[in-house]
Ligand binder design. Structure first.
Ligand code: HEC
Ligand code: HEC
Length: 395
């Protein structure tokens, strides 16, 4: 599935090696101690802001079509607020440690930029990179393999996955919610008297996720609002390459009235075929909760690293983790361009539109400038709005 790259993924923490070291029991007990001491983590958000009701966008920002809303899934403020509460609630995991927001971190573009693939309950490594949730509302296929098609149903995947939120059954989650006093009446108020159920939990989270739309980028203002000065000369040259010589637009579509940068189709770029070369371990710092950072030493990493699980028989984690691609194998936008310039990873099923581009260094810079112009101008507002939700659980 093509993902949109409208967000600034360069603002990430650069000093993390890999995510699998959290397997070590010793490390995990440190994590638990820190979580216990700091739970819920304190962030500098004013009380007023914390109580702020989540916004329910009334119109799509410049550059995006209206959010497609399935029949019966109206986005009322009560549903969105409940969805946001659930999104940040660590009690949704079997042992009360992992919320959706710990893998889809608002300040990191609703993904995690400090690790290649996600880390779930008890430090278990998830096979893939957590995708950004920005504009996931528009995706016709969800997950990197497109196996789900609605946000409503999708939520039960992480809730029940043994390596993500680890719940033994949907009933376990629903009973926990039903017996939590702070949820008293919230489901009923949002869903015409219906209490927590697989449907209402899915519908509330999906309603919240549909508010995470981001656009109105410099590119959008240039392209759709006629602001000629919105793009730098380098970004303009990058646009010409993106839509011309480099052929990116063949898959990252740009429409007449809006640009999703995805064509809702599946393509083989060869990323999965790349051979992993493990780099020697080095000390790393990893954010285990908002504002809580743990430094882990190389010996622990060596001792705790597990052989990678195969992703359809392919290696999913290469030496250096980064925010890009389904396996987090590419660290910077410049390297994404280098990847395409080489013609992806040659193999027999490679999409024919991926081929060596022979770009000059200056052209590569121009393409990066163009990609950077795609960051929506509403990102800070969306993040502040998300962070208004108290993190963790009230106990
Ligand atoms: C342990 C980390 C983790 C947790 C917790 C988690 N996710 Fe994810 N999420 C991922 C990963 C990894 C993927 C990609 C999986 C794949 O493609 O197979 C993903 C994919 C998704 C997608 C699909 C996005 C797309 O564009 O394809 C959505 C939507 C999503 N998660 C929402 C949620 C919600 C809602 C919750 C809480 C109920 C949640 N996630 C909890 C790691 C996590
Ligand atoms: C054949 C279709 C195709 C073409 C052509 C193509 N891409 Fe992609 N692009 C993809 C797919 C599929 C992914 C997701 C790969 C993954 O997650 O492993 C992707 C991912 C990306 C990403 C990372 C997005 C993220 O959030 O991780 C960037 C950036 C990107 N492409 C830029 C470009 C640029 C620049 C060009 C032109 C030089 C280009 N693409 C050409 C299909 C294509």
């Amino acid at each position: 599935v093509l993902r949109v790259f409208l967000i600034d993924r360069e603002k990430r923490i650069r000093n993390v090696y890999s995510s699998s070291f959290l397997h070590a029991d010793s490390v995990w007990s440190d994590v638990r101690t820190i979580l216990a001491e700091k739970s819920p983590p304190v962030t500098a958000v004013s009380l007023a802001a914390r109580e702020a009701k989540p916004r329910v966008p009334t119109a799509a920002p410049l550059g995006l079509p209206d959010v497609p809303i399935p029949e019966g899934a109206s986005m009322t403020p009560a549903r969105v607020a409940l969805g946001r509460k659930l999104f940040f609630d660590r009690r949704l995991s079997q042992n009360g440690t992992i919320s959706c927001a710990l893998c889809h971190v608002p300040s990191q573009g609703f993904t995690r930029n400090d690790m290649a693939t996600a880390v779930g309950i008890e430090g278990r490594t998830v096979r893939r990179n957590a995708p950004t949730l920005y504009n996931a509302a528009y995706a016709k296929r969800l997950f990197h393999d497109g196996r789900e098609s609605t946000l409503e149903r999708q939520v039960w995947s992480p809730l029940l996955a043994a390596d993500e939120m680890g719940n033994s059954s949907s009933d376990a989650v629903l009973e926990r919610l039903a017996s939590s006093p702070d949820y008293d009446g919230l489901f009923e108020a949002a869903f015409d008297g219906r209490g927590p159920s697989m449907e209402t939990v899915g519908a509330a989270l999906a309603s919240y996720e549909r508010t995470l739309v981001s656009a109105n980028s410099p590119f959008d203002r240039w392209r759709f609002a006629g602001e000629e000065a919105a793009l730098s000369p380098a970004a303009l040259r990058g646009f010409a390459l993106f839509t011309g010589k480099a052929g990116c637009v063949a898959c990252h579509s740009i429409g007449e009235k809006e640009a999703l940068f995805m064509d809702q189709d599946m393509h083989d770029t060869g990323i999965g075929y790349r051979q992993a070369t493990a780099s020697p371990a080095r000390a790393v710092a990893v954010d285990i909760a908002p504002g809580v950072r743990l430094t882990i030493d190389p010996q622990v990493i060596e001792a705790a690293s597990e052989p990678r699980k195969a992703d359809f028989g392919l290696l999913e984690i290469s030496g250096r983790p980064g925010p890009f691609m389904h396996d987090g194998s590419i660290e910077t936008l410049r390297e994404v361009i280098e990847f395409y310039d080489r013609g992806g990873v040659a193999h027999d099923r490679l999409d024919e539109r991926i081929r060596p581009l022979r770009l000059r260094p200056a052209e590569k810079e121009d393409l990066v400038a163009f990609l950077e112009s795609l960051t929506g101008d509403d990102v800070d507002e969306i993040v502040a709005e998300a962070e208004a939700e108290p993190v963790g659980s009230p106990e």
